[in-house]
Design a protein around this ligand. Structure first.
Ligand code: FMN
Ligand code: SF4
Length: 508
């Protein structure tokens, strides 16, 4: 397959991109009605690459239909990539930033937005270059007149995993901590954009009086004067220019009926080399591991594949599953954000489960009590088990907490604990039970964290990885208070009732 999103040689300048045919989508989009653009996106079958796989054209239509007469719509590029085992959005932004900007501008035209915000993470030693690259690309786009119809800005947000959850991201844009809302983005977007310099992190940019998610209670059917936002993933938007320039049928020439196009995969774990590559949708998981990761690490055998911290384990017997939304779901896993973390017989499955449980429990905001408290209990008991201090009672309690952790969950994170840890326990119960044996050596939970870089064929995790505490501080101990309480969220009974009705954020 000819690369569609990841050029063989990264585009160094806008001129390089234009010479390769870039810009044609924006030119074409400016000559047609929004309805035509939305229709073309619907016909293409493009599905959101941020994890949920929601049909992009349908989302655009919903956002366009919910426009406010008085307050403008915003297009938000979700460039907050933090899923463990995922490095694809940063790879796209490094090699092909112009397609992301062009796609976002086309989206703005389609949904009637006059503002585009590229939501990245604030710079630290590891990602400063990515921000600079995006800023430089945007500067060229502005100079070329691409942005004459509105404002395009780059926003720098916090490092929290939840910042990537779309409603939490909108909260951050409004100056509050990354706590997921109940109202989905098509019901309530970004009201006011906080100056990036003023937003210095959850603890510091919380107002104290700020109620975070509680100010956005627009449930289904509620009257709200709020403007919607279109939140789309980097890769989703990078696909848009070619669809508009070359047509839906061109896009569908690769992939399957339900999962058309290509997908940018990150392959890490027990492989010869970690990496990112673009492949046709429908390529099998096995081939993706071979092509991008060079196959399993020498001397080891694959046990299964995890899709970041989000999906159930795909067992080794199902490695020939095509990478499509439908086939991965039918196999009991999910495509997610195409993160393939290869688990081998060299891994201790209990330590893997303990690592993912810890990551999710720490990153949970605590607005929904079971997510945080049950998540921490699962994590603590798995940690004790790995340390050789566990009992059958721990295993029983873990099994029970996995059934309650997602009760009343506002976002998908709680369900992720249930799915990831539950699938490891279900598929490999013996790997947990063996730690009840006094002769089994103690192991530390594996460190699960965002990838900061892929260097010398290895994924590099942040220095801070593994030291983050459940109250989102770093150090040896924590306050015992959940981020939602510490940083200013308070739930009202009505709010909780809506939360009990289930997650609404991805309902669009
Ligand atoms: C805990 C959590 C973290 C997420 N992180 C990201 C992320 O880093 N980037 C992203 O694009 N979507 C992320 N998502 C998914 C977004 O909420 C949302 O579905 C996505 O931005 C929609 O864009 P798309 O339709 O283009 O996929 C996350 C979801 C959850 C529940
Ligand atoms: S499910 Fe968990 S992470 Fe999501 S809003 Fe509730 S407490 Fe926060």
């Amino acid at each position: 397959m000819e690369p569609r999103l990841l050029p063989t040689v990264p585009y160094a300048t806008l001129d390089d991109y234009l010479a390769a045919g870039g810009g044609a989508g924006l030119d074409a989009a400016r000559k047609v009605d929004a309805e035509v653009l939305i229709g073309e996106l619907e016909a293409s079958g493009l599905r959101g690459r941020g994890g949920a796989g929601f049909p992009t054209g349908t989302k655009w239509r919903t956002v366009a239909a919910n426009r406010s007469d008085t307050v403008p719509t915003t297009v938000v590029v979700n460039a907050a990539e933090g899923e463990p085992g995922t490095f694809k959005d940063r790879t796209i932004m490094r090699t092909n930033p112009y397609a992301v900007i062009e796609g976002a501008l086309i989206a703005a035209g389609a949904v009637g937005a006059d503002r585009v915000i590229v939501a990245m993470k604030r710079p630290d030693v590891d990602n400063a270059a990515d921000l600079e690259r995006m800023r430089a690309a945007l500067g060229e786009a502005i100079a070329a007149g691409w942005c004459d119809h509105g404002v395009v800005e780059i926003f720098e947000g916090p490092e929290e995993y939840l910042y990537g959850e779309e409603t939490a991201l909108l909260e951050v844009l409004n100056g509050r901590p990354p706590f997921p809302r109940i109202a989905p983005p098509f019901r309530h977007g970004a009201d006011e954009l906080v100056d990036a310099d003023a937003a210095q992190g959850p603890a510091r940019h919380s107002t104290g009086a700020g109620k975070s998610a509680n100010v956005e209670l627009a449930g289904p059917g509620a009257e709200t004067p709020a403007p919607p936002a279109l939140v789309d993933n980097v890769e989703t938007l990078a696909n848009v220019p070619s669809i508009v320039a070359k047509g839906a049928q061109w896009f569908r020439a690769v992939g399957t009926e339900e999962s058309p196009g290509s997908i940018v995969c990150t392959v890490t774990g027990a492989v010869a080399h970690d990496g990112v590559g673009e492949i046709a949708m429908g390529t099998t998981v096995r081939k993706a591991i071979e092509r991008i990761g060079g196959g399993v690490r020498r001397g080891e055998r694959i046990v299964g594949v995890l899709g970041g911290a989000s999906t159930a384990l795909l067992p080794v017997e199902q490695l020939d599953t095509p990478l499509t939304y439908e086939a991965m779901a039918a196999a009991g896993a999910a495509l997610g954000s195409a993160s393939l973390i290869v688990i081998s017989d060299g891994d201790d499955i209990a330590a893997v489960a303990a690592g993912f449980a810890r990551f999710l429990a720490v990153e949970s905001c605590g607005q929904c009590t079971p997510c945080k408290s049950d998540g921490l209990e699962i994590s603590d008991r798995l940690g004790a088990l790995c340390a050789g201090e566990g009992s059958q009672e721990d295993l029983d309690v873990i099994a029970h907490r996995l059934t309650t952790v997602s009760d009343g969950a506002r976002c998908n994170l709680a369900l992720q604990t249930q799915t990831v840890v539950g699938s490891l326990l279900e598929r490999h119960p013996e790997a947990f039970r063996v730690h009840l044996d006094a002769d089994t050596a103690a192991v530390a939970p594996v460190v699960v964290a965002e990838i900061d870089e892929i260097a010398d064929d290895r994924a590099v995790l942040a220095d801070r990885a593994g030291t983050k505490q459940p109250d989102w501080t770093y150090g040896d101990t924590w306050s015992g208070t959940y981020p939602a309480a510490l940083l200013g969220a308070d739930q009202t009974p009505d709010d909780q009732a809506l939360a009990d009705a289930g997650p609404a954020a991805d309902e669009q």
